[in-house]
Design a protein around this ligand. Structure first.
Ligand SMILES: Cc1cc2nc3c(=O)[nH]c(=O)nc-3n(C[C@H](O)[C@H](O)[C@H](O)COP(=O)(O)OP(=O)(O)OC[C@H]3O[C@@H](n4cnc5c(N)ncnc54)[C@H](O)[C@@H]3O)c2cc1C
Ligand code: SF4
Ligand code: SF4
Ligand code: SF4
Length: 399
């Protein structure tokens, strides 16, 4: 069995392209599979995070770490920020991801890192951390296909979304790419289909050849959609525009995703919209951080003790409160989303008494509405309103 049947649920992670022994698969904006070359070895199917998406999160508690159903396994939780200004200005949230990667490179723990490049949002292997690494790109990108290019003798870190880390975990359990020794996870609430970029360009009447820079989190922190044309014009929108776009362009797999804080990572970073932290310094920027493995915790603490990062410890409950909506969406409303995605076989597994008849009836209109919103017809309808909606979220460009 191969992955040709799961096309609609594909997260375009690129893992199957890397692992296929006969180079039958190519993943870019779509998944393409050459059935004639396929020997039906099933490897791609076994590691695909769209096939094995639920109920196998990486949570374990042992003597060195705790487990929480919403956060996953963790050693410590809190908020962090790099001391060096360049990470703050280049980063999406506070730039901890790139600061942590650089620290791992400087300590000699890794030789290179697998990230996304700013130009063309392409996955790349980099042995230095600089401005060519992309800020958050709200698209599914085939990050893991570059694993096929790694040097077996070198050690790597990867920065990835929860579903991409699920695929990597599936591969490493089978003995592949075990030289990726550091998994840096990103929190992930939702993602979008590539059509969103085409539609944004068509609403703003922008040609690809006229665009100088397309940034999903551009402009002054917290940033938003920021498009700079070659003639110097900037189209800037508040990040709240994504609340609307997310619903219309949500990929099917994201609809029934149950990992928010990258539970398969060694360490994971997210935003930190925390008023408590900003009360003392409104310009302060922070990342939420969950240290999960002992090795990542030690590396992180070394960075803190050397003055590279500042860290404020917070209880898991504080993080859960901060991300109440995301956790509710990913964990508590999961049954409803599985039904709306028409994944009834998953629902049967999940249900086991967790969602009673009364709640199902209560949720019915909600999941019907969500299903309708995700259809092409809904998108066509809302496209008529796009000019008005985009001008509503338009902001002054702020560098
Ligand atoms: C699709 C998506 C959804 C997200 N949703 C949330 C959310 O709901 N709540 C929240 O708190 N945080 C979310 N994040 C994470 C958040 O946007 C920041 O990435 C995170 O806080 C780290 O910030 P930073 O300043 O340390 O990152 P930076 O130092 O700027 O590093 C960003 C890193 O992200 C990598 N990257 C960018 N886009 C992608 C991509 N599409 N796939 C894989 N890797 C990528 C780059 O390679 C880079 O290493 C999301 C990120 C993405 C990509
Ligand atoms: S989700 Fe990943 S592994 Fe599965 S088919 Fe898509 S690209 Fe391949
Ligand atoms: S079943 Fe095996 S040969 Fe066929 S596409 Fe998948 S990995 Fe390649
Ligand atoms: S919501 Fe889940 S499936 Fe979608 S991109 Fe994020 S981690 Fe992957």
């Amino acid at each position: 069995m191969n992955v040709s049947g799961i096309k609609n649920d594909c997260v375009l992670c690129g893992a199957c392209e890397a692992i296929c022994p006969h180079s039958c698969i190519s993943v870019n904006r779509h998944l393409e599979l050459d059935d004639e070359k396929c020997t039906d070895c099933s490897l791609c199917y076994e590691i695909c995070p769209a096939v094995h998406s639920l109920w196998n999160l990486g949570g374990i508690a042992d003597s060195s770490r705790h487990y929480d159903a919403d956060i996953g396994s963790y050693c410590s939780t809190g908020f962090a920020a790099p001391e060096e200004k360049k990470y703050l200005s280049e980063g999406t949230s506070a730039g901890m991801t790139r600061a942590f990667l650089n620290h791992a490179l400087e300590c000699g723990v890794i030789d290179a890192t697998v990230v996304v490049e700013t130009q063309g949002f392409k996955p790349a292997v980099k042995n230095e951390v600089n401005g060519s690494i992309a800020r958050s790109v709200y698209l599914r990108l085939p990050l893991l296909k570059v694993l096929g290019e790694l040097d077996e003798k070198k050690k790597y870190a990867v920065v990835a979304l929860p579903c991409q880390l699920q695929a990597l975990d599936n591969m490493q359990r089978r003995g592949y790419y075990t030289n990726v020794i550091l998994k840096v996870g990103l929190f992930c609430g939702m993602n979008m289909q590539h059509d969103v970029v085409d539609d944004i360009k068509s609403v703003l009447r922008l040609k690809e050849s006229n665009i100088k820079n397309f940034d999903f989190r551009g402009g002054k922190h917290p940033g938003g959609l920021h498009i700079e044309t070659k003639s110097g014009k900037i189209h800037a929108y508040s990040k709240h525009l994504y609340k609307f776009l997310n619903l219309l362009y949500l990929p099917r797999r994201c609809f029934y995703c149950n990992d928010f804080m990258s539970e398969f990572s060694d360490i994971s970073f997210g935003d930190a919209w925390n008023e408590y932290l900003y009360r003392y310094d409104e310009h302060a920027r922070w990342n939420s951080v969950v240290c999960r493995s002992e090795k990542a915790k030690q590396l992180f603490e070394k960075g803190v003790s050397k003055g590279k990062f500042k860290f404020v410890s917070a209880r898991p409950e504080d993080l859960k409160q901060l991300f109440g909506f995301n956790i509710a969406f990913k964990k508590k409303w999961l049954a409803m989303r599985i039904l709306a995605a028409n994944k009834k076989y998953l629902y049967r597994d999940f249900q086991s008494g967790k969602l009673g008849m009364v709640k199902q009836i209560f949720y019915l209109p909600v999941y019907c509405a969500m299903s309708v919103l995700r259809t092409v017809a809904a998108r066509r309808f809302f496209k008529l309103l796009y000019p008005a909606i985009f001008s509503l979220f338009s902001t002054r460009p702020r560098k």
